[in-house]
Each structure stands twice: as structure tokens, then as C-alpha cells.
Design a protein around this ligand. Structure first.
Ligand code: ZN
Length: 418
């Protein structure tokens, strides 16, 4: 695993030993296991002696191990590099979506150990959902046989808006019974684990930084198409969070043409074409009769989710009207997101989310067409790539955030285990 995120530099002040240890660990985590102590000193700005001291403590704590580098041809003895010990620590990520609860367990190297998914309880009462989340966390840890003292924490991500500082889910448009729910503290209380709360699209954006092989240069628009639609931005190797941590709301980006009426009162919003519910409504309006449209379930979220499944089946069968319909939705996304790419000089569009996972091949045709059409002469190309982790991308991202939270150097110098 190798990260594009900005490296954190250390300080050589003696009272900053804990901070420096984290800075070195951060540099090791973000490398591919081939960094020597000299490399780490250069990256962190720490002295050779400080790096030696920090790596000794990290090795004693079992977080980092030495490995011999291959001898370079003609040179002297091979160097010793440092790499994280993957099974020394783990983090849990939870993606709470109105349609599903997805849980992922990752190790210190950021690699996925295992994952699970269940439907979100139909009642969507916060209490019922919290019970499911706590049960799923307990189950994934038990199934993986991970020792509890090796768990650094839980990252929980949901659609916005949230209050990240206070750990509250405010008023998510697709969870009608949720208002100012203290999700972070409730999960922490039920699991006894340190917990953080963040937005789902920003977790996917964070994950793309950890897995650049599937990703980008560090400047990307991250599309998340699920119950709603969001576009997170990664700029200069950092996730853009905004003033309240709610960056990424894209439901009302203009698509430059009619979308059907949007909840905001306008017509022509991205959310009016690419959310699960709008796909169902618009398909029906275009004469694509879906069984989900007349399903007996009273829950509009589940009905829309069933419609997405149905569209996939019919697209796979090669139904031309469905192909055209989905390409148009992808084209509308392309109109909106190429504007974001142009504004921020981004070179990659990462696609993700449960709707994209199912309808991506057909949506992408329209998206790619729009990207090709809107590209300005003389400008760099914009690539379209899928996110890593597929349908689990947000849960994996949530777990990455939990690892980051536990191992990000802070001036407060919180030493692990101290
Ligand atoms: Zn709108």
C-alpha cells in the first residue's frame, strides 16, 4: 500500500518523542515497505538519531518490522527497510446507508481482511439501526478472530449532513426518522471502541488516497451514487472537507437541462437524475416499465433499490431503451462533474457507490462521452476509474479514517498504549 497523501514532517524537540514516533509510523504506513531509516529521516525532516529511536520503539511495540532490501547490483551490503506489521493492529469501518449496513475490517497495512453486509432495518428507527451496527461490528471482529487489544477503533460513515465535531447525524434526507442522532457516541458506547463519524463520500475519497493503484494523482473528483448522489474532491493529496465537514453535497449541481422536479424546487439538478429514486421515477416517465414501480413495499428506499437491481438485469439483457436511459443519466453526471474538474484542475473522476456498482458499465458510457465532449483543447485528459473496494468502498474508507485517526501524529503527542 502506498499513499499519495501529503507526508507529515516531524520535529526534533526532545519532548516530542510521541509525535515523532507517529510521524515515522505515518511515513512507514504511506510507503511500500522499501524505506530505509535514511529515507524516513528525509521524509519526516527528523534527525537520523530521532528516527532510530522512534523506529526502535515502533519495533518494540510490534507495529513495524525490519526487512532486508535486495542487494543492488555492484553495490555493497543490502540496506534494511522498514515496513508495517499488518496484523499488529486493525480497524473497523461501517458504512451506514439507508439501504444497507456494510462493515469492513482492515489491517494496519490498509488491506481488507473481511467484510459483511446486511439490509438496514426497515423501521430505520435510530435505536434499531444502532443495534444492527453494534451487532455487525461484534460479529466481524469475532469471525476474523482478531484480538480486541489490536483494534484501534471504528470509523462510521453516513450520508450527510453530519456534525463531525460532535459526532451527530443531522437530518439525512433519506433517513426520515433521524434528527441530531449521536451516532458516534452511541457506537462507542455499545462497542467500547474509539469511534469517529464522517461522511460516506469523504471516506471513499480518503480510501482513494490509500490505494493509488486504483486511483489517481491526488487531484480527483470522487463520485458516489447511492440512495443520493455526492461528489467528494481530493485536491493536492488531501480530502477537501469544507467549513463544516460536509463538502461533497452534489445533489443540486446543475446538469444543464431538465431533470424532473428536484426537492429543492428547481428542475435540472444532478440528484434529479442519478439518485436511486430519481432513476426509478425517470425510467417510468420514459416508458421503461419497472416492476419495482408498483411493488407493494411502502418503503421508497427499498423500492428504489429494487428498481436499480431491475435496471441492471435489463441492461445486462441488452435492452436498448435501458442502455440509452442510463447513458443519458451518465451524461448528466458528466456535465456536472466536468465543471468541478475544470474548476479545480482535476485529472481523475473516481466512480463509486451502490448504484454505480450495479449500473456503472452503462452509466459510464454516458459519463465518458460527456468527459470527452467537454474537455477543453490543450488541457490534460481526465480519466474515469472505478474506486477500490467496489460496493465496500465507503466501509473500507471508514476503516482507513479510523486508522488515520489512531496513527496520525498530533502535537498533543498521544503515545499508543501510554
Ligand atoms: Zn435541486
Amino acid at each position: 500500500m502506498r499513499s499519495m497523501a501529503t507526508m507529515t514532517r516531524g520535529t526534533n524537540l526532545p519532548q516530542m518523542a510521541g509525535f515523532n514516533q507517529f510521524a515515522v509510523l505515518d511515513a512507514v504506513r504511506r510507503s511500500d515497505g522499501s524505506r530505509t531509516r535514511a529515507d524516513l529521516a528525509r521524509i519526516t525532516g527528523l534527525s537520523a538519531q530521532t528516527v532510530t529511536n522512534a523506529t526502535r520503539r515502533l519495533i518494540e511495540e510490534g507495529l513495524v518490522a525490519e526487512r532486508e532490501l535486495q542487494r543492488r547490483s555492484g553495490s555493497g551490503r543490502p540496506g534494511t527497510a522498514l515496513a508495517v506489521v499488518p496484523d499488529s493492529r486493525y480497524a473497523v469501518g461501517v458504512h451506514l446507508d439507508p439501504a444497507a449496513v456494510v462493515v469492513a475490517l482492515i489491517d494496519l497495512a490498509g488491506d481488507l481482511v473481511t467484510q459483511r453486509a446486511v439490509s438496514t432495518p426497515e423501521s430505520e428507527r435510530p435505536e434499531a439501526v444502532l443495534d444492527v451496527v453494534a451487532d455487525e461490528i461484534a460479529a466481524i471482529v469475532e469471525d476474523a478472530g482478531v484480538r480486541r487489544d489490536r483494534l484501534v477503533g471504528v470509523g462510521v460513515v453516513t450520508p450527510g449532513p453530519i456534525d463531525r465535531e460532535r459526532g451527530l447525524v443531522l437530518d439525512p434526507p433519506h433517513l426520515k426518522m433521524w434528527h441530531d442522532v449521536p451516532l458516534r457516541d452511541e457506537v462507542a458506547r455499545r462497542t467500547g471502541l474509539p469511534t469517529l463519524l464522517d461522511k460516506d463520500v469523504l471516506a471513499v475519497a480518503a480510501a482513494t488516497l490509500w490505494f493509488p493503484d486504483g486511483g489517481h494523482s491526488g487531484d480527483a473528483a470522487v463520485v458516489y451514487a447511492g440512495t443520493g448522489v455526492a461528489v467528494g474532491v481530493v485536491s493536492g493529496g488531501e480530502v477537501v472537507r469544507g467549513v463544516s465537514g460536509n463538502a461533497g453535497e452534489a445533489g443540486h449541481l446543475s446538469i444543464g437541462r431538465a431533470s424532473g422536479p428536484c426537492s429543492c424546487g428547481r428542475d435540472g439538478c444532478l440528484g434529479g437524475v442519478l439518485s436511486a429514486e430519481s432513476l426509478l421515477a425517470n425510467a417510468t416517465a420514459r416508458g421503461i416499465g419497472l416492476a419495482a414501480a408498483s411493488a407493494v413495499t411502502p418503503d421508497p428506499i427499498l423500492r428504489a433499490d429494487a428498481a436499480v437491481d431491475e435496471l441492471r438485469v435489463r441492461a445486462e439483457r441488452g435492452e436498448a431503451a435501458v442502455h440509452d436511459f442510463l447513458a443519458d443519466a451518465g451524461d448528466a453526471l458528466g456535465f456536472a462533474v466536468t465543471g468541478v474538474c475544470e474548476l479545480l484542475d482535476l485529472d481523475t473522476i473516481v466512480t463509486s457507490g451502490p448504484v454505480w456498482e450495479r449500473l456503472g458499465p452503462w452509466l459510464e458510457r454516458g459519463l465518458q462521452g460527456a468527459v470527452d465532449r467537454f474537455r477543453l483543447p490543450g488541457r490534460h485528459p481526465v480519466r474515469v476509474v472505478p474506486s477500490v473496494g467496489g460496493v465496500h468502498a465507503a466501509a473500507i474508507g471508514a476503516a482507513c479514517l479510523a486508522l488515520d485517526e489512531a496513527f496520525t501524529p498530533r502535537a498533543a503527542g498521544l503515545l499508543l498504549g501510554s
